[in-house]
Design a protein around this ligand. Sequence first.
Ligand code: C2E
Ligand code: CA
Ligand code: CA
Ligand code: CA
Length: 274
Amino acid sequence: AKAEGRNTFRFFEAAMDEAVEERRRLELDLRLALQRGEFELHYQPILDIASGAITSAEALVRWRHPTRGLVPPGTFIPLAEETGLIVPLGEWVLRAATHDARRWPAHVSVAVNVSALQVRHGHLVRTVRAALEATGLPARRLELEITESALMTDNEHVCEVLHDLRGLGVRIALDDFGTGYSSLSYLRQFPFDKLKIDRSFISGIRDPETAAIVRAIVALGTSLGMVVTAEGIETPEQFALARAEGCTTAQGYLIGRPCAAGDVLAAVLPGAAA
Ligand code: C2E
Ligand code: CA
Ligand code: CA
Ligand code: CA
């Protein structure tokens, strides 16, 4: 049994080495990817429920890796955050998204995800202002999505950054709402324009307790003057329930999957597509 334990440990060690090695390769690749222009943005349409129009699209980064193929952000964003690479990557995302959105109809905004590190150390206000100036996109057509993890530390500084961003005319959304630890206190401290209800609530919205939570979030958000978005709508039933609970905008595979930048015009202008 002792020998067996030893073998198991060796096996475990080998697996660990392999994981460390893979991570190191990925980190090296990630550094080069920015220089090589391997990142691209896909866009997912967001529907205004009352008017039935697509009024914005969320930029979602992908990595077109020469051998790994199209890598989803879940694989490399955490590593980019740990290594600080998220700051230059985030700058690229902001520049590319504002550039793309400039060519969309004037009623369509672009939403860009920003990481905690960008808010805390990334000269975010300067970067955003530069992107708007370089592309000529009006500030009201840019929305920044921030998760609660970005807010957890150094509240005073973060609060100042958010106020400055708002001063530029940019809108701010609180992403993945309901999944953090103290969502409610953030609502008192920061001037959000939008709440995005996390997909986990929408996928469970058939359940009466979950629906009641969605209803409460909508009441809270709308009474504070915020737009409330239902994320991750996959079925007509989820859409009907989210609408019935008062969500103002909707996003999810049912409305549209993320698509390549070249296809976004067709996605935001249904009927106008060739
Ligand atoms: P998120 O901001 O919550 O983005 C929504 C994610 O849910 C996207 O995954 C989207 O493709 C997926 N999604 C949308 N509708 C549905 C649906 O109906 N069903 C299901 N199952 N999924 C749906 P994606 O593109 O893999 O992005 C994952 C996360 O990576 C994002 O979550 C965001 O936190 C992060 N991310 C993406 N792009 C960026 C970026 O440019 N910068 C930063 N900092 N983070 C990013
Ligand atoms: Ca988001
Ligand atoms: Ca989200
Ligand atoms: Ca999420």
